[in-house]
Design a protein around this ligand. Structure first.
Ligand code: ADP
Length: 263
């Protein structure tokens, strides 16, 4: 049996105070297994980021709870340092070079006494990650000298530098052109395979979700709840061109697309 890493138990989120409330998430129950790649898709503004931010422990549910390795993420015992985040925008510090941007979370963890290895060991790890995402030779460049795709690669490295078990990615490639997005999708699968992480990935791009995932959680309009959870039974390793040409890929695409058309 697969081991659970994240569990959503009757999770709801209402923002604000009456009468100006926004009911974003409504009664979500789901489990994510260790090592899984799960995408969350749903209409714009339905509550995807809200769900991810609750998973990271950045905001708290109004009702219910999110657990990570069996511990409520709102409790003091939650291992925050075991979760990595990649946002929609790279949010890099302009005055720091690539390597120092990647090492930024290490400085914070070090200040909080949460580092598992020496700072020196993380510097070596930063160099390995730079290589893993194909940015060799760019360690000393400033963010302003990089393309959008390269900046997002740096932010993926920053999300992985502390070797978290779980990586949360919030529409990380939404701002990239289609070709760069395809390249990044292939790279993310490569990173996932090499590092054995669990990844929860938000997107509203169905092609991206199907190509990457073991399962896709389809969310309804706001207040969002789970419309369906779909197993993506396409062979791995996947190749962006080959996989998209498979009949099964087209079937899955039509099936998931129909949920959006019904709304
Ligand atoms: P998605 O990621 O699916 O686009 P979000 O989770 O960002 O959706 O937002 C869901 C809903 O909650 C939206 O209507 C948004 O305006 C609202 N919302 C998000 N954050 C806040 C907040 N801090 N205060 C009030 N409403 C918010």
């Amino acid at each position: 049996m697969s081991e659970q890493i994240v569990s959503f138990d009757s999770v709801s989120k209402v923002y604000g105070e009456a009468p100006n409330t926004v009911h974003a998430v409504d009664d979500i129950d789901a489990e994510i297994n260790k090592g899984e790649f799960v995408s969350i898709v749903g209409p714009s503004g339905c509550g995807k980021s809200t769900l991810l931010h609750m998973t990271a422990g950045l905001i708290s549910p109004t009702e219910g709870s999110v657990s990570f390795n069996g511990i409520n993420v709102q409790s003091e015992d939650h291992e925050k340092h075991n979760v990595g985040l990649v946002f929609q925008e790279p949010v890099l510090l302009e005055w720091r070079d690539v390597r120092d941007n990647i090492l930024f979370p290490i400085e914070i963890l070090n200040a909080n006494g949460k580092l598992e290895q020496s700072v020196e060991a993380y510097k070596d790890r930063a160099d390995e990650l730079v290589e893993l995402v194909g940015l060799e030779g760019f360690s000393n460049k400033l963010p302003g000298e990089l393309s959008g795709g390269m900046q997002q690669r740096v932010s993926v490295c920053r999300g992985l530098i502390h070797n978290p078990e779980l990586l949360l990615m919030d529409e990380p490639f939404g701002a990239l052109d289609a070709l760069t997005r395809d390249t990044m999708n292939q790279e993310v699968l490569d990173i996932w395979r090499k590092t054995n992480k669990t990844i929860i990935f938000i997107t509203h791009n169905l092609d991206e979700a199907i190509f990457l995932s073991d399962r896709i959680i389809v969310l309804s309009d706001r207040p969002t709840s789970i419309e369906e959870i779909i197993e993506i039974d396409l062979d791995r390793p996947r190749d962006i061109q080959y996989t998209r040409q498979q009949d099964r890929y087209q079937e899955l695409h039509s099936e998931i697309y129909s949920y959006f058309r019904e709304e």
